[in-house]
Design a protein around this ligand. Structure first.
Ligand code: HPA
Length: 277
């Protein structure tokens, strides 16, 4: 017997959710979907002709309650191109399975979207990364102890996706080009279940594994994107030095505040990226 999570969050459910989003937001042919991380939701105000839908109206989505996450799907024009933005995530630390956490990716695919840009807030394991940095994710390490592809294969998925280019080289180059004269830093992102921040020993371990950034999202999304053959790219906003690397205690408010300060810079980058697609 396999778990039913794969079916509950599979192709049929994604098609049903996409039909509602398409009809309610008058979605045409978006060039990209954007997942907005903690405090980075201001992008929505840059979108021209934006229409939005609460997650509570989308079958299979339920309201997200984390501060800094609005819980809306928004469709509009950014950088002159139609995009769909997801403001709010289903985090595994809230009790969602990896399948549920990555379900919005399937919905974006069902809308016909083949480019996915994910953003997140992350702690810096690498001392060269400092709060406020926007970092292009070069690759990931999934330490959530779950994988969204376990169970029966969802129609259209690859059973054994090759993850060697899960973070699209083409899209990484486009983000770099969009950043202009000052090159963005790059780093490996490790995703853990959370909700605890790391102990000092965990920080040393994660850095030793080869990670530069640590967070509690994104990895399941990248895996489902790979299974569906979508091009995926991620940008982390460094909100803090990983705990154990700074003398001050870390709170979620700090994470959201740094996000808000960087929001305009992030929106500029995203707008330029989308215009170059
Ligand atoms: N650790 C894990 N997740 C995070 C952090 C962190 O330091 N900062 C923002 N998200």
């Amino acid at each position: 017997m396999t778990d039913s999570a794969g079916e509950r969050w599979g192709k049929e459910a994604a098609d049903a959710a996409a039909a509602v989003v398409r009809a309610r937001l008058e979605v045409q042919a978006p060039v990209a979907a954007i997942i907005l991380g903690s405090g980075l939701g201001d992008v929505a105000s840059r979108m021209v002709g934006a229409r939005s839908l609460a997650y509570s109206e989308v079958p299979g989505f339920s309201g997200t309650a984390v501060v800094g996450h609005a819980g809306t799907v928004i469709c509009g024009s950014l950088g002159g191109r139609e995009v769909v933005a997801l403001a709010g995530r289903f985090h595994m630390y809230e009790g969602y399975s990896a399948q549920a956490a990555a379900f919005p990716v399937r919905v974006m695919h069902a809308l016909g979207i083949r480019v996915l840009f994910a953003s997140n807030a992350a702690g810096a394991l690498n001392p060269e990364l400092v709060p406020g940095d926007l970092v292009v994710i070069d690759d990931q390490i999934n330490l959530t102890s779950q994988n969204p592809l376990t169970g029966r294969v969802t129609p259209g998925d690859l059973r054994f996706p090759d993850m060697s280019a899960a973070y699209s080289p083409r899209l990484k180059a486009l983000v770099m080009a969009a950043a202009g004269a000052v090159p963005l830093k790059t780093g490996v992102y490790v995703g853990s279940m959370g909700p605890t921040y790391e102990t000092p020993a965990e920080v040393r371990m994660l850095a030793g594994l080869g990670a530069d950034l640590t967070g509690m999202s994104t990895v399941a999304e990248a895996i489902v994107a790979a299974a569906l053959g979508m091009e995926f790219v991620g940008v982390s906003l460094v909100t803090n030095a990983a705990t154990g690397m700074s003398d001050t205690l870390l709170s979620h408010d700090d994470v959201v505040e740094v996000g808000q300060l960087a929001s305009a810079r992030f929106a500029d980058l995203l707008e330029e990226f989308v215009a170059r697609l």
